[in-house]
Ligand binder design. Sequence first.
Ligand code: PMV
Length: 334
Amino acid sequence: MTANAAVAIAHANIALSKYWGKREGSGNYPAVPSLSVTLAGLATRTRVTFDGAAENDAFTLDGQVAAPAARARVVEMLDRVRRATGETRRARVESSNDFPTASGLASSASGFAALAVAAARAAGLDWDAARLSDLARQSSASAARSLFGGFVELPAGPPMPDGSETLSARPVAPPGHLPLVVFVCVTTEGPKALGSSEGMRKTMAESPFARAWLDEAPRLHARLRGALLASDFLELGELAEASAFAMHASALAAGVVYWTGATIDVLAAVRGLRAAGVRAYATIDAGPHVKVLARHEDAPAIGAALRDCPAVRRVIEARPGEGASLAGGEGGAE
Ligand code: PMV
């Protein structure tokens, strides 16, 4: 019998060269390439059960019935899986994060990667990681990268408006390639003000610097990829910071402001460390939190400085980790 339940685990990833902006048309294709590191430590665990007795798809997150908008995105992915298989049953989706969901930390990457793996398997599909990555990308492009461990890139989408092409992330280097520590500095509790899709849309539509970002991002990406492959941490850190600042500069010019005073304070702490000769670099996603990149040997000093920073409420220390996988035995069924 086809398995009708499966459990998967996926980890968050942090982009070193940022994805910001979608190709026009349908299909959720990124307009620029991105490169991320998948993090051990920030995980989502998702169980999908196709149930002949259920009338509707149900989605709980950390034990709570999810908001309608969050459920709608889950249903969209379940519908894609149902279309691919002929599965007609409704599903129960139970997800939990091992980091506080309400903190506003990005959870869509780990969430949609885990959902793609669990839903496909529960529906009896035996797709490889590339195909699952393409499935995850259609819900959240950053989630495509969480299918793989270590350092992962997602190319820009094809320039075709019909959205029919497959686009998957691919691994660039394994987790141990660069001994990196990522300090996730939580600055504000509470969900973010503007979702990333809406922030990107507004940036592309209204920012006078949208074109400059779209031109610059692939160049930064190529240089950062080169620095990674050369294991050049200092160059990688400089370029990761440059990518984040260029992304946020384009967004800011459209009035898309994710930073708070606390964000600026953490950036100042990172600059203070560098002025003292300690190599720390910052990156920021679609929210107020700051992620700080460090080498192993500098991690104790950098971690202590960040924990001392009054703007930082909590520090989560993460390292490069593995890609998404089934949990609970061979079939992922429990
Ligand atoms: O895939 P989304 O919609 O979660 O967008 C991710 C956007 C950033 O986190 C800001 C950058 C990135 O590449 O992850």
